[in-house]
Write a protein that binds this ligand. Sequence first.
Ligand SMILES: Cc1ncc(COP(=O)(O)O)c(C=O)c1O
Length: 415
Amino acid sequence: MSQRNLEALDVGAIREAFPILQREFNGEQLVYLDNAATTQTPDPVIDAMSDYYREYNANVHRGIHHLSQEASIAYEEAHDRVAEFIGASGGREEIVFTKNTTEAENLVAYAWGLNELGPGDEIVLTEMEHHASLVTWQQIGKRTGAEVKYIRIDDDGRLDMDHAADLITDDTAMVSAVHVSNTLGTVNPVSDLVDIAHDHDALAFIDGAQAVPNRPVDVEAIDADFYAFSGHKMAGPTGIGVLYGKKAVLEAMQPYLYGGDMITKVTYEESTWNDLPWKFEAGTPQIAEAVGLVAAIDYLEDIGMDRIEAHEQELARYAYEQLGAEPDVEIYGPEPGPDRGGLVGFNLEGVHAHDLASIMNDHAVAIRAGDHCTQPLHDKLGVAASARASFYVYNTTAEIDELAVAIDNARQLFA
Ligand SMILES: Cc1ncc(COP(=O)(O)O)c(C=O)c1O
């Protein structure tokens, strides 16, 4: 990735759109490097949600008054916009709004897994799954008798695709894999995994929580049956996530939540289900959040997803070089390159990751420390916790320099 690409992205102007980045703590300017957990929100998203509440707040699908009509149109069209953003040619019928990625995983696990799985079936995950997928399928396995298996990772933090080819068989009913690991930064070859799954008539679920915010994603090129992500990791609001599902697969599934809006006809004895995607969106949905998500997509596409990807890869490479130069810093995951996303998980020898994060916080540098919802992966790495710096469109190499200084402070303190 060339420096030219980095310069092409006007980070100074971008930062001005994010009011929170102006905050200072103890006289020091905030350095926000916890973007894999939640990204910050630009003015256009805040304004769009504020406009919604000021101008056309109403419940959707139920009213014939002006406000409800305007809210309904905005809410329904938000599905179309998301479909366009991720290349889902089936449009709104293939886009279900959920609370977050976790709920999207649970929706499929409950609505499909509980009904379709049984003893003799296998669910194949990867060793780098987030708990959102790992715990969910583990529990569905326990309830249905299906066995859960894990594709190994190699010493570089990449998936062992030979093992994947062995593990996925005609007994496999579901392959659920993370697109970009939130701990290792690995970008997995998800379309290859989906191909293997389909060769054995298994369905494939891809967790795109760390992919959609940071790179162009085309769900039809990947060919996944399901694909999920969260608004709050892509400059959008909390409280909204997306489940993409192929129309035929969603149509064959039972609803997950029951109640208002997801029905067509109800009697005291029976109910019939609404069309897609409303069949999976029971009750009053996230209307303001859907409006905010559209504004976030517009904002990101305006910058260009390929440029965002290039910017983050450059930052990851820079961080890798700055941090990795010291022998007492261990960085997890593959070396910088096309199969590494914009985050760096690491440990400083002799300093617990929580202490490290706390020292950084004293200097207004926000990183994450802990197991990042990948406890089994940390067990495999032989550590209880790791520190993670994760980047977004508004981060700079100067901020990574501050990260390196903060690490040096911790080094001195614990020496
Ligand atoms: C890879 C991955 N999957 C799933 C999730 C869960 O996202 P959410 O908390 O928005 O449901 C996260 C969040 O950190 C993640 O990084």
